[in-house]
Each structure stands twice: as C-alpha cells, then as structure tokens.
Design a binder for this molecule. Structure first.
Ligand SMILES: O=C(O)C1=C[C@@H](OP(=O)(O)O)[C@@H](O)[C@H](O)C1
Ligand SMILES: C=C(OP(=O)(O)O)C(=O)O
Length: 433
C-alpha cells in the first residue's frame, strides 16, 4: 500500500558523504540521443526514475530501439532492433515527465505515421505552444489535439527534414533543447533563431555538451542562433552521467539548516548543471563550501537573507526558499516566473506551505520574498510535485512535526530520496542507499 504521509524525524546535526543519483537532465538527453543515433549506447550512472522510465517506454514504442534498464546498476542500455522508427498505434503516455514529452514531440517528426503524446492532468496544462509554432520551420506538422497548446499533441511524420526556424525561449529552454537534440537526425542543416531571451540557459549548455560528447558540434551566436550542420553522425558507445545537482540541493540545504557538513562526490567545479549555483547562494547566506573537481562539500553557518535572481536555476528555488525560512532577515528570489508552469505552480505552493509553518512570505507574479523566523510543524501538501515534497522534508529535519503527504511523488526524479534522507541519521559516515 502506498504511504499517505511521512513524519520527518528531526536531527541535531550531521557530517556525512551522501550519494546522489544521476542527473535527470543528462539521462534524458543521452536516452533521446541514443534512440536518434541508432547506435548501441550504454548510459552509466543513469537516473532510473519515473521520468526516464516514461521516456524509455516511449522510445521502445517507436520500435527501432530496445531499452534495457538495470536500476541497481544505474545502467540503461539502448540497442537498435533493425526495425524502422514507426509511430506507435496507441497514444503514448509519459506521466508528468516534462522534458521527455518536449523531446518526444519533435522526435515523433522522425517516425513514420501519426503519434499522439499525452500525460497526467497537470501535463495536459503544461505549455508546448512555442515548440508547436517552431516545428513547421523544420518540416514537422504537430498540433494540440484540443487546440490549446498543451498535450495531447498529435505529430505526423516522417517530416523532420531540418531547415531554419524561429523559436521563443521565454517559457522553457526545453523547446530549444528538443530542436537541437532532434536536429541530429535531420537530412538538412537545422538553424534555430531565438526571437527573445532564452531562460534556463544552463540546460541548453548541457544539451550542447551531450551532443559534443557523442560527436556532434553545434555552431552558435551566443543564445540567439544555434546551428546543427547535417551529415554529422552521432556515435554510440558508453557515456557516464554525473550526480543530479537538483537532487543534491536537498542535502546541501540539510547541512545549511542544521549547521552540519555534507560531501557529495562525483560532481564538482566543472559541472555544467546550473543548479550547482545553489552552492554559491548558500555561501552568500553564511555557509562555507569546498568545491573540487569531483566533489562538493558544504558546511552550514549563521544564515542570513539575500537578494537573488534564480532564473538560471529554477529547480532549486523551492530548496532555497526553505533555507530562507530559517535565515535571519529577508530573502528576495526574483526572475522565477517559469516556476508557475512546472509540476505545480511552485511559487503558490511554496508560499502556501511556508505560511502554514508560520513564515511570512510575499508572493509576486515572478518572485517571492521570505522573511526568516522559527517555522513550526505542519502537514505539508505536495501537489504531486516531487520538489515540494523533498524541500519541505528538509524543513522537518530542523522542525518537529513536519508531515509530508504523498511521499511517493519523489519517484519522478529521486526514487531513493527517503532512504537517503534516513541515512543522515546514525553514526556511519556514509549515507548510501
Ligand atoms: O532541459 C532540462 O533537462 C530541464 C530544463 C528546465 O526546464 P525549463 O527550461 O522549462 O526551465 C528544468 O526546470 C527541468 O527540470 C529540466
Ligand atoms: C520541472 C521539472 O521537470 P520537467 O519540466 O522535466 O517535468 C523538475 O524536475 O523540477
């Protein structure tokens, strides 16, 4: 039976190494690229979670690849079947997996026939319009079945020939990443012109890095034009995924609010994941950090509020907001309009739940102002949003009586989260799975 809630056990402090599962963003990218390359590919350190499993299921449904998942070994293997890439007869359901559906909409333009992609109720509200508007430029016919810019989305292929297109980057970077990823299989050069400012830029850098790792170069003018020249061949082989910086954020926050120390191995200075930027934010709030080439150590300190633009790291905003609730003074988080269109409206959710804990929060259209204090226990609603569950669990390490409802929702990106959190208790120095 699924647990309806968990009560978080408070903890005095801790000093541990914590193993964080692989990056969701890199796992999604390598899975998609492996399916597009048609080359046998092994992804080591892969994140096996709801989102990557939905993506794997969709890729299998196209018939041209087999995807094997070994969760214990954190390995995903993609092998060509020799069959053509064909539109699945049945609707493809991808749950709440936002990045995967955005990659798959353009990818369906490479499959023969008509593909319909859909997901949860929330997914049926998430915007796809900027991608649908850009796809005709590269040859693809795609439309929202209900004409509202959201899933279900119907795509007819094979139609992704490449060419030149214009796209908005203002709502999500995933649309631009999707075109870049899928341009690797186009017959013609693909040129992507941004008509406005791109948000969440580090994710596009991760896309370009993943393409480069598999042998495809992207030409570019900053963030205004990207070009994938045709005739470059994606290679297969073995790729390695580093730990997930968004998943790491909860354990950094735990050290911050408890005055403890956490070391996360396998990720460091050279990471392109924008969410590593949380380390600097926490240092500005009073923590100390040591970042090496392949590890991040953070120690909590006397916390105080800061002013911070978090446009480049939207997924760790809820984490920072929870830390801010324990800091002296006010924290102003700006430039975060995209949080309203994630798994839930995260500005509204964080505001509501922090207020339940007795914290003063001002909610703005694209910002939040949090005045730190002494939060008290509360039953936290999680809105089917893994990040709301995980960040409020951290509040419960410091505050007695925090109850997290629907704890199973963490499976979207971090299925072992509760075991890893439990590992912070106890005397051993390593919190593993
Ligand atoms: O490309 C990616 O892997 C992601 C991009 C970000 O979305 P936006 O570009 O919509 O901000 C992020 O929130 C999401 O969790 C993962
Ligand atoms: C926003 C997220 O994911 P996605 O957009 O891929 O659903 C997330 O994991 O926080």
């Amino acid at each position: 039976m699924k647990a309806e809630s968990v009560t978080i056990r408070p903890l005095q402090t801790f000093d541990k190494r914590v193993k964080v599962l692989g990056s969701k963003s890199y796992s999604n990218r390598y899975l998609a690229l492996a399916a597009l390359s048609g080359e046998a590919t092994t992804i080591e350190g892969a994140l096996v979670c709801d989102d990557t499993q939905f993506l794997a299921g969709a890729l299998r449904a196209f018939g041209h690849v087999e995807v094997e998942i070994d969760a214990a070994a954190e390995r995903i293997t993609v092998t060509p079947t020799g069959r053509p890439m064909t539109a699945p007869a049945e609707e493809v359901y991808v749950g709440a997996a936002g990045t995967p559906i955005r990659f798959l909409i353009a990818m369906a333009g490479h499959a023969d026939g008509t593909t319909v992609l859909t997901g949860t109720k929330r997914m049926q509200e998430r915007p796809m319009g900027s991608l649908l508007d850009a796809l005709p430029g590269v040859g693809v016919t795609a439309e929202a079945v209900r004409g509202n810019g959201s899933p279900p989305i119907r795509v007819t292929g094979p139609s992704f020939r490449g060419g030149s297109t214009r796209i908005s980057g203002a709502v999500s970077s995933q649309f631009t990443s999707s075109l870049l990823v899928n341009a690797t299989r186009a017959e013609q050069d693909t040129e992507i012109h941004l008509v406005d400012d791109l948000i969440s830029k580090p994710y596009v850098e991760m896309t370009i890095a993943a393409l480069a790792e598999l042998g495809v170069t992207v030409e570019r003018d900053g963030y205004t034009r990207f070009k994938v020249a045709a005739g470059q061949k994606l290679r297969g082989g073995t790729v390695a995924v580093e730990p997930d910086a968004s998943g790491m954020s909860y354990f950094l926050a735990a050290a911050a609010v408890l005055g403890g120390t956490v070391t996360v191995p396998g990720i460091g200075r050279t990471s392109k994941q924008g969410d590593v930027g949380l380390v600097d934010a926490l240092v500005r709030m009073g923590c100390t950090a040591e970042v090496t080439d392949d590890s991040i150590t953070l120690t909590g300190g006397e916390l105080h509020g800061i002013d911070i633009d978090m446009e480049t790291m939207p997924d760790v905003v809820p984490t920072l907001a929870v830390v801010a609730a324990f800091a002296r003074g006010t924290t102003h988080i700006s430039n975060i309009a995209s949080l309203r269109i994630k798994e839930c409206d995260r500005i509204a959710a964080v505001t509501t739940e922090l207020r339940k804990m007795g914290i003063t929060v001002e909610e703005h259209a694209d910002a939040m102002t949090i005045t730190g204090g002494t939060p008290h226990g509360a039953v936290i609603d999680t809105y089917d949003d893994h990040r709301i569950a995980m960040c409020f669990a951290i509040a419960g390490l410091r505050t007695e009586g925090v109850v997290i409802t629907d704890p199973g929702c963490v499976a979207k990106s971090f299925p072992t989260f509760w075991q890893t959190l439990d590992g912070l208790h106890g005397d051993d120095t390593t919190s593993t799975l």
